[in-house]
Ligand binder design. Structure first.
Ligand SMILES: Nc1nc2c(ncn2[C@@H]2O[C@H](COP(=O)(O)OP(=O)(O)OP(=O)(O)O)[C@@H](O)[C@H]2O)c(=O)[nH]1
Ligand SMILES: [Mg+2]
Length: 347
């Protein structure tokens, strides 16, 4: 009996050893895989940063290059210099209100003798802008509820549907399940467009016929998301109805229906703004803010625009978290907003 036990023990030990070797091998493989994934992620990040930098080149020309020229050969910072700087800020779409605040802050620094060298003006501006952007850097966290419901709003053509697809793709890459709702029933091709993007991102789309009630689509989508235990439900909405008042009323109705079915839904009302529209984006945000409780912003089309400075104005004037920035039409062209990365690309 004893020898049997002994042998069994030996055998177990051998097997344990084998298992240990196997699991060590597996761990090594996993570590290599993880390292590879980290490398891929780094490459992706680097790729995105260089594309962001390239996309912002026109903004940079109209802004930081002008600041460089302004301070060239100047001996001290006086009122004239600050006025010219204010002009540059305004023309680069940072906005009057935000430009005023930046210049006032710098005037104070000059008064307090904390800033007197024109050569340091740009660095000081960079720090001030960083502070404004950092305040609105707040990535969207979708872990609070299952389903986490995102209502996407914005005027027509700003990039709602494409941004939804890019976000869905990102969530899927994080291992989350995503359902889309085609609540833009106003424009004939909108449902089909969302379906095509849904296929690319690998997620199902809840739809009704064109012209039907968007709130009914949202109701069905919520039911489906709850029944299927979906992590994230993203709702696409119309950018244009017969009148602006119609659109705002419809958005309110959608929110009411959502809240009735799932008390704290929508968990995020994401406003999409198109950077190429410059200051117009800020006034759009203000009118949406009056009708709905916008909780986040995604700013699209930062590739190739000279109006990239609008990011600063949006952050300063609206005080709404900037969740994402878009720099192209492809699936990988959306990124969680990072203030440091943005300032580095801008200067
Ligand atoms: N260059 C560039 N184009 C973009 C970006 N995001 C979206 N677009 C393009 O903008 C156009 C409009 O995008 P959509 O996603 O259809 O916009 P929408 O807000 O859903 O429009 P409606 O459904 O008409 O209200 C498309 O041609 C997109 O490819 C971006 O970050 N950069
Ligand atoms: Mg659309």
């Amino acid at each position: 009996m004893l020898w049997f036990k002994k042998d069994k023990g030996k055998q177990e030990k051998e097997e344990d050893g084998k298992e240990q070797q196997e699991s060590e091998g597996q761990e090594k493989e996993e570590a290599i895989e993880e390292e590879g994934e980290r490398e891929d992620e780094k490459k992706k990040k680097k790729g995105f940063f260089s594309r962001l930098k390239k996309g912002l080149s026109k903004t940079r020309k109209g802004f930081t290059s002008k600041v460089d020229r302004l301070v060239l050969g100047k001996k001290n910072i006086d009122d004239d210099l600050l006025e010219e700087l204010e002009e540059i800020l305004i023309t680069s779409d940072i906005g009057v209100q935000t430009a005023f605040r930046l210049i006032e802050d710098m005037r104070e620094k000059v008064k307090r003798k904390e800033l007197d060298d024109p050569g340091l003006l740009k660095k000081c501006l960079q720090e001030e802008i960083m502070e404004i952007l950092k305040a609105e850097e707040s990535p969207l966290d979708v872990t609070g509820s299952v389903p986490f419901v995102i209502l996407v709003v914005g005027v027509n053509g700003v990039g709602k549907t494409t941004t939804i697809a890019k976000m869905a793709n990102g969530f899927k890459e994080q291992g989350k399940s995503v359902l889309l709702a085609a609540a833009d029933t106003f424009r004939a091709a909108a449902i089909e467009q969302l379906e095509i993007w849904g296929q690319r991102a690998g997620c199902k789309v809840i739809k009704h016929q064109s012209g039907s009630d968007p709130s009914a689509v949202v109701f069905d989508a919520l039911k489906a998301a709850q029944a299927r235990g979906v992590d994230v439900l993203i709702v696409d909405t119309a950018g244009r109805l017969h009148t602006k008042a119609n659109l705002m009323e419809e958005l309110k109705k959608i929110q009411r229906i959502m809240g009735r079915e799932l008390p704290d839904a929508p968990h995020e009302v994401l406003l999409i703004l198109d950077a190429t529209t410059g200051q117009n984006a800020i006034s759009q945000a203000k009118s949406f803010k009056e009708a709905t409780n916008i909780t986040g912003i995604a700013l699209t089309k930062l590739d190739g625009t000279a109006k990239g400075g609008v990011v600063v104005g949006i952050s300063h004037e609206l005080k709404i978290p900037l969740r994402y920035v878009g720099i192209g039409e492809g699936m990988d062209d959306l990124r969680v907003f990072n203030a440091k990365e943005f300032v580095e690309a801008l200067f």
